[in-house]
Design a protein around this ligand. Sequence first.
Ligand SMILES: NC(=O)c1ccc[n+]([C@@H]2O[C@H](COP(=O)([O-])OP(=O)(O)OC[C@H]3O[C@@H](n4cnc5c(N)ncnc54)[C@H](O)[C@@H]3O)[C@@H](O)[C@H]2O)c1
Ligand SMILES: O=c1ccn([C@@H]2O[C@H](COP(=O)(O)OP(=O)(O)O[C@H]3O[C@H](CO)[C@@H](O)[C@H](O)[C@H]3O)[C@@H](O)[C@H]2O)c(=O)[nH]1
Length: 467
Amino acid sequence: MANVTIFGAGYVGVPTGAHFARTHTVTVYDPDARKVQSINDVIEKKSDSLHIHEKGLIELLQENHENIHATSDILEALEDPEIIFIAVGTPPNEKGRANLKYVCAAAEQIAKNIKNDCVVLNKSTVPPGTAYLVKEIIENNRVNDVKISVGSCPEFLAEGTAIEDLRTPDRIVYGCDDQDALDRVTDFFLYLHGKATLCPMSTVSSEVTKYAANALLATKISFMNSLAMLCDSIGANVREVQDGVGKDTRIGRKFLNASMGYGGSCFPKDTMAIAEYGQLFKSPLEIIESTIKVNDKTTNYFTEKIIETFGSDLSGKNFIVWGIGFKARTDDLRESKPVQVAKELMDRGAHVHIYDTVAGALTNFVNENNCYEGKFTLHHEQYEMVSEAIDGLVIGNEHEKFRNLNIKILKIMRGKHIYDGKNILNNRLIKDLIASGFTYKSIGKDSVASEIEKNKLISFLKNEYMD
Ligand SMILES: NC(=O)c1ccc[n+]([C@@H]2O[C@H](COP(=O)([O-])OP(=O)(O)OC[C@H]3O[C@@H](n4cnc5c(N)ncnc54)[C@H](O)[C@@H]3O)[C@@H](O)[C@H]2O)c1
Ligand SMILES: O=c1ccn([C@@H]2O[C@H](COP(=O)(O)OP(=O)(O)O[C@H]3O[C@H](CO)[C@@H](O)[C@H](O)[C@H]3O)[C@@H](O)[C@H]2O)c(=O)[nH]1
């Protein structure tokens, strides 16, 4: 059992802390006293709501209550940690580079307050080399005569499944150039996981691995999104293509779902950050640069489908958006594509009715978009906003509640238009919708709702492929 301190009580810090507390003693430090209070109240069972929404997190914190607490007192946080994880934000700056100010601030705080030897591991997603910078900051500001090793330990959890991802990780990547420290980290993780999952390496390789993983996953999505746009123009169904391609185990089915684009706090920022890093090192990452371009293009492609139906001025139109979080089961709206689409609709004069299964997503929407006040209405029931004043329904994320539409209720809408931003409706339902007078638009599956233009393809081939 080791004493661990985690810097940052966010979507990574709290779930990671709760998970480590299964076998270690954990202190979560965050200067934001409101977050600290929220965590401690949950741990002490004084409250059952946290400042972030993550399935199973409250239960895990309460299960491991004897081993975890949060604090905003830096001295308490650095009482005697053997390992410190930095899990503070690295948001993009105006150039698309990861902003390191929170990481550097954490390093300085550690340097000025630590009283014992320890290993500092960076869990935040950072440009390769950051651990060396953290080490330099600590050495330059260190007050006490202690040995501090610094390494990298990137996090691969996904929001909404964080607790399960942490419990059964595919691998745990960590790097430290100091072999003693690396061995201590290995021991720490062996307490929690089997040896097979451990993936020790050099510090800088570990930092690169995090960006590589996110960029490759994002590339799978953009790759399919490019093909989805082609599928729409020739009458193929991208869903079938995804299955056909994904069943090749060398490729794998995961992250091949075409959608209105990937969002969230990670893929958009991390693809941008590593592409920018490659440019700075005169090693451009052209594939990742294309991934980013395709992602932006796909979102516009989806929005254009709505504009094609109604024209560019949407004054007097009313839309429903189901699912506002960047994916199902999260309150996180960072780089959320459904938010982007909702804003576009409101900018063009429409009124938007928003529903999400996570109440916190609605609260965050209000807090982050008060400049749109009066242009949207929030709803806590999925069908309560359906009326004859509605012109179209946008499916914003992949929650299973949005997969089985109640056509009987929706039929009342004056505009019978469904825009499936995540391609989640199945063929049978789409056909039922068409039979009930709806139109259906997606990303690469429109052919389910329309006749395949065989003659168009034949004449194209005759013109372009026959000498
Ligand atoms: N969110 C994810 O799913 C995810 C997954 C893997 C990796 N990451 C990476 O992990 C890092 C954290 O992401 P997040 O989503 O948890 O961010 P977040 O914004 O939810 O949380 C960051 C927390 O750090 C706190 N903080 C700021 N300065 C601090 C300091 N000096 N000391 C202690 N705490 C401080 C903030 O108050 C905030 O609570 C980022 O680099 C991100 O890219 C995120
Ligand atoms: O086939 C797919 C899979 C995902 N998405 C979209 O991609 C985005 C990201 O989804 P997901 O990866 O599930 O969520 P995140 O919580 O952002 O997790 C990613 O980003 C984290 C932060 O770096 C990593 O730790 C995780 O491993 C990585 O999956 C969302 O908008 C999804 O809707 C698709 O469009 N198609």
